[in-house]
Design a protein. Structure first.
Length: 287
């Protein structure tokens, strides 16, 4: 028996006539439609998987920062400085004297280039403890660049930790400041957040400022000063003084502010009663 040549068309006979076998136009359109439907069904699942992967990476970054935070405290006997502000002071060792330096904005930053200049992260008293790994300072879901390119940081530190700005500048003298590790007695290490993903329209210096209830406003002070991010499908990454990190889902619409590349954020000064209460409870505690 002779084998049919591989390149010979497959044919069939009917009443002595030979017909080429092929898909009709309708059959091709049906196949294309099925593929399109399957793709439409898969895309949401792929998007959710990507969001979940970015959330896991964000948590890992926050944990790396907390490991560096703990090592610095062990070596020095105090928490890393978090004074806030635009001034970047170099110490005698050639390192900036705070956990991060520079002031981010949507243009060129203060000092010039702070948006993209790695030394403001790595050339600091904290930089050696992060193994000079710049990726840990930024949430992987933060993909919006400034005119100079991708900004180097999306994470800020609790303003009550590592400095006195919240007391001296904002007047919150009735709240605990955390200047050394043993100060984390209330709300407690597992309930005091240290690092947070900050909204890209809100972030500037390395300090995250909170409006806290006072004797006259307690417990109704629920407006925002700085704004947390909502990169993870309406949720935000936090790390805590005990070393753990988590993604927290927001409940109030005002918290999930659109990114419009202006400062301050459109959410600044707006009320988020549920979300503000959640952060306030984990930011500090009355003396």
């Amino acid at each position: 028996m002779k084998r049919r040549k591989s390149n010979e068309s497959i044919t069939r006979k009917t009443n002595g006539l030979r017909f080429e076998t092929a898909f009709t136009l309708i059959e091709l359109l049906v196949v294309i439609a099925i593929i399109a439907i399957l793709a439409a069904m898969l895309l949401p699942a792929l998007s959710k998987a990507k969001t979940k992967a970015e959330g896991i990476s964000c948590i890992n970054n926050e944990k790396q920062l907390m490991l560096a935070f703990a090592m610095y405290s062990t070596d020095t006997g105090k928490l890393v400085a978090n004074p806030g502000g635009a001034s970047a002071i170099l110490g005698p060792d050639g390192l900036y004297t705070m956990w991060v330096a520079g002031w981010l904005d949507w243009n060129f930053g203060v000092p010039a280039g702070a948006n993209t200049n790695m030394p403001y992260l790595l050339q600091t008293i904290f930089g050696n403890y992060t193994a000079k790994t710049p990726g840990v300072y930024k949430c992987p879901a933060d993909k919006i660049p400034c005119p100079l390119g991708p900004r180097v940081r999306s994470i800020s530190m609790n303003g009550f930790i590592g400095g006195t700005t919240e007391k001296d500048l904002y007047g919150y003298s009735t709240y605990r400041l955390f200047l050394k590790e043993t100060d984390f007695t209330a709300p407690g290490p597992a309930k005091t957040w240290v690092f947070v993903d900050e909204h890209p329209d809100s972030i500037n210096d390395g300090l995250f400022a909170m409006h806290m209830p006072t004797s006259t406003s307690w417990p109704t002070y629920t407006t925002w000063e700085d704004i947390p991010a909502s990169y993870h499908n309406g949720a935000c990454g936090f790390s805590f003084a005990d070393g753990h990190a988590e993604i927290h889902k927001w409940r109030d619409a005002n918290t999930i502010a659109p990114i419009v590349k202006t400062h301050p954020s459109t959410a600044t000064g707006k009320t988020s009663p549920n979300d503000s209460a959640w952060i306030i409870e984990r930011t500090s505690a009355p003396n």
